[in-house]
Design a protein around this ligand. Sequence first.
Ligand code: GCB
Length: 605
Amino acid sequence: LCQASNLYPKDSSVRQTKSLDGIWNFLSQSSLDPEEGFRNKWFESPLLQSSEGERVMDMPVPSSFNDITTLESLRDFVGWVWYDREFYIPSHWNDARVFLHFGSAHYTSKVWINGHWSRNHSGGHLPFESDITQLLHRGRSNRVTVALNNTLGAETIPQGKWKWFHDDPIYPAGYFEMQYSFDFFNYGGIHRPVTLYTVPKSIHIQDIKVVTTFVAKDFLRANITYEVILSSEGSCSVDLLDKHGNQVACSTNCSGILSVVQPHLWWPYLMSEEYGYLYTLKVSARDSQTRDEYLQSTGIRFLSWDNTTFKINHTPFYFRGFGRHEDSNFRGKGLDLPLATKDYNLIRWTGANSYRTSHYPYAEELMDFADRNGIVIIDECPGVNLEGFKPVLLENHLRVMESLIARDKNHPSVVMWSLGNEPRSNVPEAKGYFQTVADHVRSLDTSRPTILVMSYPVEDEQGGYAVDILGLNRYYGWYSQTGQLKLIANGTMNEIRKWNKKFGKPLILTEYGGDTISGFHEVPSTIFTEEYQVELMKENFLAFDRLRDEGILIGEMIWNYADFMTKQDYVRAWGNRKGIFTRDRHPKMSAHVLRERYWNMTDGL
Ligand code: GCB
């Protein structure tokens, strides 16, 4: 089987795609007998025809399965679920190699085609694919079966803890319970598109890497360094096309440097009238028999950083944005393009220029939106609340960073790799652990800095040594000094100055905020009211403006863009309510206040 590719499945003059999204058959397995489906080989025949056939239900893909039905047991389900569907291969695909690509499935997957095992994958937020050419039926129907398990353990990223209950007076025998410490619902399901795509049999483009390695200070010239990786020996031709399809540079080498005169730089939203400018790198590869073609969009922009600043195209950049989640009603973490498009329109409405993919990599479709809209991304791996720092965890962390970089390396919007959010990094082991992760990331990509988002008191924090940029989450007026608005500005300033003194690196306040129930109002304000959220923000702004003047703060990101679902918890009223939008994207008072601030920072564009 030929090695999988890192390229997003796309049509070209050679390649074709076919979506397998839609309604699939779905069955959740009893947690009392987790091996049942494997023992009875449910992958060998259609689920509907299994002995459990009457329990089979409709399940949309992409979507989380949890909120689709009326069953409490499925909403809270932890364990194996099974999906299958039938599909046909177009007859003109007979000469092609066919790959099956999953945008993501949470968390552990096993895939079969027509009853034959195709691949396993572990990890809930990154793509995986396999060459299924040999397993396909031509001229009659095919079946894809997926067994998927959303259980998290001590070594998965993120982590969870689970327990079987036997002989317990409260729990029924065999009761399975999973706990996790992170603050968002552990949705399960096939969360992103499932796509078949073709490449030529004898040679294909496996990967393309594009990095802007030089932008002249006067912006009149730029270099991009590229590399094309082929599945077998062959030759390349590469054309760089501008927005109108005009060729601006070309080469017949599989790797090299393209020099662009008077480049249209990729600028963040509202930093130039031409924000989000994208070129297309048209890559062709051939051998004596055939030709492959892939169109890679690319932006020309250069990043640099030191102990006080972070620059895009030699211009200091201040992050004004959000933490976010992939989360919405019914579909949970399933990709939803109407919602994604609405979100980008709302983000632009607020005047924000950036967000962090808290706390896991988001769908590639969202990264493409960010590229086109000039929204700057801090790209976070799924390492949220990591603890223990055992060697196996480290290995898995390195692998997940590799897959993240492999997937997102060509997005101009991605300017930073986040090694994680709020690790339990107040222990000595954390220092070496994060040094290893950061060094590994640098060995894979020197063009972007690393960040770690931290939460311990500065005296205890061990994670900050390893990274280039510090991320800090602070909740003055909420988790500390609750209800005491007047302490927020001083608390925040005092704290960030201490971080600067200890680590001497640029800092982004990656989270601040407070839960706010849309429609709660009170004067004088109290926590949970819309007034309180606004006043809390304004006190934070006082601190941010001072710290920015002092040159130690390079960004602010409110927690959160929108309300989102969490596990049931008495400190969460129907999820986390720190959004400036509600879960269905209606603005709270805070959205207007943030909008005013962010637009005032845009230098009049
Ligand atoms: C945090 C976490 C985030 C939570 C947030 C909160 O520090 O990073 O995942 O949702 O606090 O609202 O408690």
